[in-house]
Design a protein around this ligand. Sequence first.
Ligand code: SF4
Length: 592
Amino acid sequence: MDFYQGNVLRIDMSTCTAKVEPLNMDWARLYVGGKGLMLRYLWDLTEAGMDPWSPENPLIVAPGPFAGTNVSTCSRVVLGGKSPANGTILDSYCGGSFGSILKFAGYDLLIVQGCAAELTAVFIKDDKVEFVPAAKYAGMLTAELEESLRADFDPHMTSLSIGPAGEHKLLWACVSNDQYHKAGRGGTGALMGSKNLKAIAVAGTGRVTVGDARAFLEDIERIDTDYILTDTNYWVHEEGTPVLVDVTDGAGCQPTRNYASGTFAGASHINSEAFKKIRVKKRACYQCTLGCRNFHRINDTEGEGPEYETIALCGSNVGVDDIDALMQFNHLCDEYGLDTISTGNVLGLAMDLTEKGIHDFGLHFGDLEAYLKIPEQLALRTGVGAELAMGSRALAAKYGHPELGMQVKGLEAPGYDPRGSFGMSIAYATSDRGACHMRSFPIGVEVVEGSMPADTLDESKAEFNVTFQNHYAFKFCGIWCDFWAIDYEQMGMLMKHLWKREVTEAEMTQIGERVWNLGRLFNLREGYTRADDVIPEVWLEKPFTDGASAGKVIGTARFNEVLDQYYALRGWDKDGVPTEAKLTELGIDVRL
Ligand code: SF4
């Protein structure tokens, strides 16, 4: 079979057994791979209302069909399940090499269920699966852990692993691959930790067949030169995401001091120009020609990143403009296995509660000494970290100020305040995993391009979000990297090799829409309703007093009107439930 290996590896941690099942090719045709295929399996493997901490909650690891070939950026992989952070769908992506190596080992999908009696590592080499007691790796930080796994298992292996945060089941613990690549959002590390699974190491000696290799390689070469290494994408290589610091700061939407402002006085100390001065090399995920990764060194700290989200949430949002301290903080989050978006939100909230005199956590904006202790305290749930580990929503509610917790559906917000980019309000509210900038990104047209006004919210923004979400849902079936502005024409050039025929934009759009609707059904099944498609009230009603977006207000009534329009465009009823006609049109075979 070309592109697919035809195999799903099922692992039961409770019995330490593994078996191989054939890939459901009907689902592969309907959902392609990555996000879509993961979601379809997730629906079948879970009962409504399942406790996300239960052993039955599957950790599903799914590459896209092009993983293991030399299509640029496609070694990425999605980790999915029911989110332990908030009970929505969990689909979190990481770069590195795991997706490709899993395919070389012979699998299109890895499904892990159950819970081991003790901390365990799983070693997969082609058709051999070994369960290894992992007491020696307990508490190990991610860099040392990967070195140890290589020494103990196979020098050519790659791995998904958790740091101490995952072992302690922190709600926003992440999973690491090749040290600097993280499946960050939604608690993938907590899900692994709940299974007593420290690491999955994989090595593979197989290959992926593509059919007409000459035609395939010709198209890849053409895509690389004509569509990837172009001005549209090249900013990610030359600058990387730190370039967004000046963009968001200039637009008045950079989270600053727990979103109290959209502009940060210290932005020039932590922007792209500042990071270029400490950049020592560029790096890339396996088989990626874009190579967006910036490797920095300052004093005793070196490593990849931080990316924009880390700079915004763990920099401006907590009042830190010291680039050395920010590098150290990012390094500690990498090593302990923490998502930096949630970490920066929770820390900013705790600082805000302290400075407003609501509760004294001993944390203040810009206090570097306390700041640098936070990653370890959160990961080990010690000191102030024991309480902060409850997350923004619960922490803000506990102290009687839910309006200070900047989250949607319990997931802490990324680095784009909707007051400076109104379309982000609908993007966040309708995102399938809570506050997320990787389902739709209206700030791209509202601020970066300026082709739509940033301070209006109307049906055109609803339509933009629907179109973008469908596009990205399909793109993440691929799984093409977020940083490649790939369009349907380019995806079609590759899909043609997968399906051995021309594939139209309409077909790809429909797959994206199918995936989006299946995610919506999952969240509805788990109890989410229209009442949860909301964003923090301050984003709608409280204008900034400084910066480029000062005085601008979305307004709750306007937001609700556009949410209605969004539902109508999606073919959902007034409560945000997909209609029977829409589900039938999309060929979705499950129902609430
Ligand atoms: S663009 Fe960057 S994150 Fe994306 S696959 Fe390439 S190196 Fe990895």
